[in-house]
Ligand binder design. Structure first.
Ligand code: ADP
Ligand code: NA
Length: 332
């Protein structure tokens, strides 16, 4: 039996979005506040599976750390660090590359989405990404991983890798991790296309709300968000075939801490001309304290670097002995 321990990460491949906040970051803070051991990571080695300008990557890693801190991650109660500073991630990922099967990786929908039709020309790292993710989690014997809906398949792969390692080496060494995909906004959609998830790597800045956006940018993006011409429905069933409307209502509910039913009731029959400004006001009210705190933290990057360095030492102290046992088990 393994003690409860939470691990999760966010890629510093761009500025963090409202999707990252509602689907991940906010939940990370809740888990910390529940008193569970929490380890959180800026996964810079995942970010470079697609090209990253070095100076921007460094900046985005600091900014990502500022977002964690501004959202309520307390370095005294959680470990916060960046992945490349703890070499156990890369070392265990190699071993997992040798446990995972090509066929498993080839079924990953995120790879297929990101590689598109040009899969001959994407990095090998993009294909192997889920093995590194499994290593991130298993290097700490983490038992629970709070994530958004998009990571469900990768977590199933993490379980498969842990099970196969345990079977191949006849050990009960890695826990079978439990995905925590819960809450009101496990899948926030793009503001421009209700069928795609909101992502920091979407080429269109209009598709997402960034945690660094000011009030005007938030209001403008929500005003321009794609919708249909109908007013909001009288009941939740009326949202079924209206992905853009449903997304905005979901975002409202998640930000307000209300159920979707309640939001539908409050805005039944309202035009988007009424609903969108209400949503923008709510988003600004909820996000501006975070944005302001991020700006304050970013004024002292040395302090952020110190927090990350301290976090990586504490992370290494957990991961290194686990990795030593892995080398022992595998005969290395
Ligand atoms: P991105 O696609 O923005 O680069 P990441 O791959 O860095 O996101 O994911 C970091 C965390 O944020 C993961 O737990 C992921 O499930 C969550 N997440 C990302 N996008 C969304 C979204 N649109 N809605 C809900 N959660 C999301
Ligand atoms: Na992603």
């Amino acid at each position: 039996s393994f003690k409860p321990r939470i691990f999760s990460g966010i890629q510093p491949s761009g500025g963090l979005t409202l999707g990252n906040y509602l689907g991940a970051l906010r939940r990370f803070v809740e888990k910390q506040d529940e008193g569970i051991e929490t380890i959180y990571c800026l996964v810079d080695m995942h970010a470079i599976t697609v090209w990253q300008d070095p100076a921007r990557l460094r900046q985005q890693t600091r900014e990502g750390a500022a977002a964690f801190l501004a959202a309520g991650i307390d370095p005294a109660r959680s470990i916060l660090f960046n992945q490349s500073q703890v070499s156990a991630h890369a070392e265990l990922a190699w071993i997992f590359n040798c446990v995972a099967r090509m066929g498993w990786m080839g079924r990953m929908t995120q790879f297929k989405d990101k590689a598109g039709k040009n899969s001959e020309n994407v990095s090998l790292g993009l294909f192997a990404y889920p093995a590194l993710m499994a290593a991130d989690i298993m290097a700490y014997h983490a038992t629970m991983v709070p994530v958004g809906e998009d990571q469900k398949q990768h977590l199933e792969l993490t379980r498969d890798i842990a099970i196969k390692f345990n079977n191949d080496y006849k050990v009960d060494f890695f826990p079978v991790v439990e995905p925590l995909i819960e809450g009101a906004a496990t899948r926030v959609m793009s503001l421009r296309d209700g069928t795609r998830k909101m992502s920091k790597s979407d080429p269109s800045d209009q598709s997402r709300i960034n945690l660094t956006d000011d009030a005007d940018a938030i209001a403008q993006k929500i005003r321009k968000a794609k919708t249909d011409p109908e007013p909001l429905p009288e009941s939740i069933e009326g949202l079924r075939d209206r992905p853009e409307a449903r997304n905005l209502v979901n975002i409202y509910a998640a930000l307000a801490g209300h159920t979707v039913e309640q939001v539908v009731r409050d805005f039944a029959g309202a035009q988007f001309g009424t609903f969108k400004p209400a949503l923008a006001d709510l988003a600004v009210a909820k996000l501006s304290p975070i944005t302001e705190e991020m700006n304050r933290l970013m004024a002292d990057p040395g302090e952020i670097d110190r927090i990350l360095a301290d976090g990586s030492e504490r992370a290494d102290a957990i991961a290194r002995p686990i990795l030593e046992q892995v080398y022992d088990i595998t005969g290395m």
